[in-house]
Design a protein around this ligand. Structure first.
Ligand SMILES: NC(=O)c1ccc[n+]([C@@H]2O[C@H](COP(=O)([O-])OP(=O)(O)OC[C@H]3O[C@@H](n4cnc5c(N)ncnc54)[C@H](O)[C@@H]3O)[C@@H](O)[C@H]2O)c1
Ligand SMILES: O=P(O)(O)OC[C@@H](O)[C@@H](O)[C@H](O)[C@H](O)CO
Length: 375
């Protein structure tokens, strides 16, 4: 049986990427630090993926096991040695921390086999696999680097499926929305995985996804948080928030249409479909999950700042994006370490200095001025 080693046995790992590998005939070895999840994967050897629909269809995901990357390093290295795919869904900020072990696995592997290995980071970040590759390369010896060509491939990807925080402590089962899309940029044929779409240029796909699904989500989360809403669907029930989401997605849409020559009617249909996905009340998706890690979300290449900067460059409107950024700066959720840090930074340095440091926006930039006004 072919093997996929997947770092991150969380919501997307179990509910999406691991599930697709299992359904494609792979054994999936999940690697995670969550000891209880790893133990359960090894004892139960299966779990259910439940669709957040009226019918609640369920699928059994089997041929799964787990390894703890903190206590089972050698086992992880051996698993990487046998894998066809090496994937992650762990959070962009964690990639540098798992790269040394991945590098160790790759070094041992290329000494022993010429079999091809495909590395794909499945994160909400532009060029996440390229970044991961860079972190891995920092830990590879020169001999391995020379041997990688034709043996280890790194492919960027875009992943789309809403998987909320699970409300079933102690269970491996995962509630997911029915919709999913996994797009991988590869210029050659790679081993088949059910549901994986191969494209030669990922840029339009990842930007369309990140600047529609994730921008829209962020607007709802930050305005919803300010409006004391608990979940995304509840927040969307507020007409003012719904209107603000539409206005912001018109701005990102204008940029995407301008940049990639998208068909405006088709893009509007894409927006409408996504807003309907957000309305799914079965998901109970907390605004605090969707707003998590605001410093990452305010990064220069992320869902709010990048489209605002690109819209400004193209002479397009960005005032609704500025409003969303201002709302993000008010996200003071105490259980989110980045939210706590962001508030401390704002208190200490003020909004313009924080925008400069976190988002790469100069103090005299027109976008900064608009954000400060909205804030
Ligand atoms: N949930 C979604 O709707 C969704 C959809 C598309 C993409 N994503 C992206 O997928 C990635 C994962 O998101 P998620 O929602 O599954 O998060 P999650 O928190 O449910 O899962 C992350 C997993 O990584 C593990 N982890 C954290 N640090 C680790 C470390 N140092 N070593 C090993 N394991 C570690 C955690 O224990 C957890 O099991 C993120 O980049 C997210 O943006 C999420
Ligand atoms: O995962 P994040 O923190 O980058 O973003 C939060 C949500 O917008 C995100 O997880 C979506 O649910 C997902 O990207 C849908 O495909």
């Amino acid at each position: 049986m072919k093997l996929a080693v997947h770092f991150g046995a969380g919501n997307i790992g179990r509910g999406f990427i691991g599930a697709l590998f299992s359904q494609s005939g792979y054994h999936v070895t999940f690697v995670d630090i969550a000891e209880q999840v790893i133990n359960q994967l090894n004892t139960e050897k299966r779990y259910q993926v439940k669709l957040a629909t009226d019918q609640q269809e369920t699928m059994t995901i089997d041929n799964v096991s787990g390894l703890n990357n903190l206590t089972q390093e050698q086992e992880v290295v051996e698993a990487i040695g046998k894998a066809t795919y090496l994937t992650t869904a762990i959070g962009p900020n964690i990639l540098p921390h798992i790269a040394p072990l991945m590098a160790k696995g790759i070094m041992e592997r290329v000494r022993k086999t010429d079999e091809k290995l495909y590395v794909i980071a499945c994160e909400n970040q532009i060029s996440a696999t390229d970044l991961l590759k860079g972190y891995i390369f920092d830990h590879l010896d020169e001999e391995t680097k020379e041997k990688l060509a034709g043996k280890v491939y790194f492919f960027n990807s875009a992943v789309d499926r809403i998987v909320p925080i699970q409300n079933n402590k102690g269970s491996l089962d995962v509630l997911v929305e029915a919709y999913y899309e996994w797009v991988v940029e590869a210029n050659e044929s790679i081993p088949h995985v059910e549901g994986m779409k191969i494209v030669s240029d990922l840029a339009p796909y990842i930007e369309r996804k990140l600047f529609t699904v994730n921008t829209g989500h962020a607007v709802i989360a930050y305005l919803g948080y300010l409006g004391k809403k608990e979940t995304i669907d509840q927040a969307l029930g507020d007409e003012a928030i719904l209107a603000q989401v539409r206005a912001t997605l018109s701005e990102t849409g204008a940029y995407l249409i301008h940049q990639y020559g998208l068909n405006p009617d088709e893009h509007q249909q894409y927006i409408d479909k996504i807003i309907n996905r957000f309305k799914n009340a079965h998901l109970h998706d907390a605004v605090t999950r969707v707003g998590r890690s605001p410093i990452r979300k305010l990064g220069p290449n992320d869902r709010l700042v990048k489209p605002a900067v690109e819209a400004a460059k193209a002479g397009l409107s960005y005032s609704n994006l500025a409003k969303a950024i201002a709302a993000a700066l008010h996200f003071d959720y105490q259980e989110d370490p980045e939210a706590v840090k962001l508030q401390e930074m704002i208190k200490e340095k003020g909004v313009p200095a924080v925008l400069q440091e976190v988002s790469g926006l100069e103090e005299n930039n027109e976008i900064t001025k608009e954000i400060v006004k909205q804030y």
